[in-house]
Design a protein around this ligand. Structure first.
Ligand code: PMP
Ligand code: GLN
Length: 386
């Protein structure tokens, strides 16, 4: 096709294709075991598929209400009340979204004005910064440092200014696998008290927390909850990342602004899937047992990796394990994962992809949301070369 005659002025001049797409594609090309992009290689429960088919056949195939089907919003409200003791009105304070990515993007588009400052924590999930920049916001970065990637609250305080509009947090944290503690939430509450700062809390791994820790949702803390937009995703919880369904909780004033944008960039989400998820949520064991399920996989994965030259970093949540590879290679992390994928046959994500300046700590991220056979096959390859 002849190319567009005028020069295109990019709104995201430094952005290329996401590291997840890049590494998954390379893994496929090389026939590597894909422990890069975060998704399970096992299926969700059959009941969930039966419920989708049920609602499709029963004729629920037209637009759902803009904010989501009432049954699903009701089920979300009940879960959040039971787990975090917070009351969100399903009518005004809960919206079903096309996954967490859309929820985060919409929250930023709705609430950040040009010139507003937004604080993020690096390593930062890849969609946050482009969303802020498209809204005309100014990104301020707080560093989470290896090996435990805990926040440095004095440094965060130093970043806060009268122009700070938003702080975006993520716990349990992708890519580090760190879980914030009650003290972190108290610090966040203290820093934001008496300000107009909005917190966007990305809690997509809320049910994947290990070692008896509890998920510290901002919803547990009334002072924080009243200024927060909480984001979650059914993709992580029910092993259906490809369905792209998530939700947002926020007090009504914030939610009203969120919905003004949501109605024009998505309008509404897949009806039979929403109805099926509402049915599936009725059995709370399906999300309550997730932590033990993934903790066993984490333990298997760590035991396997311990037989290699990788140095394991702490992992108390998510389905990601980070590791230092300095004893195996002194290559930059992007080159190391390229070698690992092509020559060893195991794909992983370089942590530098989560830093604006490409900061390289020689740390990579593996996804262990895989069948035990997949993990065993990966160990066999890793043990041979690493
Ligand atoms: N936030 C984080 C921290 C994630 O890891 C992911 C996806 N893995 C998302 C948001 C996006 O979730 P979704 O697939 O529901 O858009
Ligand atoms: N969130 C997933 C990960 O961290 C990837 C999702 C995506 O490809 N955008 O691996």
């Amino acid at each position: 096709m002849p190319s567009f005659p005028a020069a295109v002025v990019s709104r995201l001049p430094t952005v290329g294709t996401t590291i997840f797409t890049t590494m998954s594609r390379l893994a496929q090309e090389c026939g590597a075991i894909n422990l890069s992009q975060g998704f399970p290689d096992f299926n969700a429960g059959d009941v969930l598929f039966e419920r989708v088919a049920h609602w499709m056949r029963a004729g629920h195939n037209q637009y759902a209400p803009m904010a989501g089907v009432p049954a699903l919003r009701g089920a979300i409200a009940a879960k959040v009340r039971a787990l975090y003791g917070a009351d969100y009105d399903p009518e005004l304070e809960i919206t079903v979204t096309a996954g967490a990515t859309q929820a985060l993007f919409t929250a930023v588009a709705a609430l950040v004005h040009p010139g507003d400052e937004v604080i993020v924590f690096e390593p930062v999930y890849d969609s946050y910064v482009p969303a802020i920049e498209l809204a005309g916001g100014v990104v301020r970065r707080a560093r989470l440092a290896a090996p435990d990637y805990r926040p440095d609250w004095a440094a965060v305080r130093a970043l806060v200014s009268p122009r700070t509009r938003m702080i975006m947090i993520n716990t349990p944290h992708n890519p580090s696998g760190t879980v914030w503690l009650a003290d972190d939430l108290r610090e966040l509450a203290a820093i934001t008290a008496g300000t107009g700062i909005i917190v966007v809390a990305d809690e997509v791994y809320e049910h994947i927390v290990f070692d008896g820790l509890r998920h510290e949702s901002v919803a547990r803390y009334p002072d924080l909850a009243q200024r927060s937009v909480v984001v979650s995703s059914f993709g992580k919880t029910y092993h259906v990342t490809g369905w792209k369904v998530g939700y947002v909780l926020a007090p009504r004033e914030l939610m009203a602004e969120f919905r003004k944008v949501h109605q024009f960039n998505v309008f509404t989400v897949n009806t039979p899937v929403q109805l099926a998820l509402a049915d599936y949520m009725a059995d709370s064991s399906r999300y309550l047992e997730l932590a033990a399920f993934y903790q066993a996989k984490r333990d298997t994965f760590r035991a396997g990796l311990a037989r290699t030259g990788f140095e394991l970093l702490p992992c108390t949540g998510t389905y990601f394990q980070t590791a230092r590879y300095g004893a195996i290679s002194d290559a930059p992390d992007t080159r190391f994962v390229d070698w690992l994928t092509r020559e060893v046959g195991v794909a992983a994500i370089p942590l530098s992809a989560f830093f604006g300046d490409g900061h390289d700590e020689k740390v990579i991220r593996f996804c262990f949301a895989k069948r035990d056979e997949t993990l065993a096959a990966a160990f066999e390859r890793l043990e041979r070369f690493c």
